[in-house]
Design a protein around this ligand. Structure first.
Ligand SMILES: [Zn+2]
Ligand SMILES: [Zn+2]
Length: 191
């Protein structure tokens, strides 16, 4: 996963989250231009909006909330533009103590409050969005895609390219076909 964001979001734990049990809500927008994920590039014309609650649990700062966005991309089959509404869950757990017991946790399940007493939630916001993105974006599960020979959109037009090519192949393979004799025949151009 690669992504482009204009700046990191650092939330200070003082003064609102300095005591055990304290909780504070943040509503803001996440400056994000694009995310490259799976087979596609997702463009964000408007910054995703997040609404999160931070709580001091004694051990850590717990982050819980939502992020909403519209991700724009192209159908991998027909290349039509599609818009994917994102409604992701933001989650995070930032230990207050650098020596916290993290034995049973995976690396992407926690973070630490940094030396400036802030937490950086960018990775949590990216994860919440990316989790909602399809690996292979399609305008429709039944999208027929583009004709590989003439390039027409098979959802909107019908072409006979596949049929023509099948016939041509058949003629090439079968030397007894009545069309086979025509293959090397030089047609007279001047009528
Ligand atoms: Zn499509
Ligand atoms: Zn075609």
């Amino acid at each position: 996963m690669t992504h482009q964001s204009n700046k990191d979001i650092h939330i200070p734990i003082y003064p609102y989250l300095s005591k055990v049990g304290q909780s504070h809500k943040y509503i803001d927008s996440f400056e994000l231009d694009q995310i490259s994920f799976g087979q596609a590039l997702y463009i964000f014309d408007a910054n995703p909006q997040y609404e999160i609650a931070l709580t001091n649990t004694g051990d850590a700062i717990l982050v819980q909330g939502k992020i909403t966005a519209i991700a724009k991309t192209s159908c991998v089959r027909c290349l039509d533009e599609i818009q994917i509404p994102i409604n992701g869950n933001v989650e995070g757990y930032f230990f207050l103590n650098q020596n916290a017991n993290i034995k049973d946790l995976k690396e992407d399940e926690y973070g630490f409050v940094d030396s400036k007493n802030t937490i950086c939630i960018n990775d949590n916001l990216y994860a919440a969005i990316t989790y909602e993105l399809p690996f292979t974006p399609l305008c429709n599960q039944d999208c027929k895609g583009l004709c590989q020979y003439c390039g027409c959109d098979l959802n909107k037009t019908a072409c006979d390219c596949v049929q023509k090519i099948a016939e041509k192949k058949e003629n090439e393979i079968n030397p007894n076909s009545p069309f086979a004799v025509l293959k090397d025949y030089k047609f007279d151009d001047d009528d």
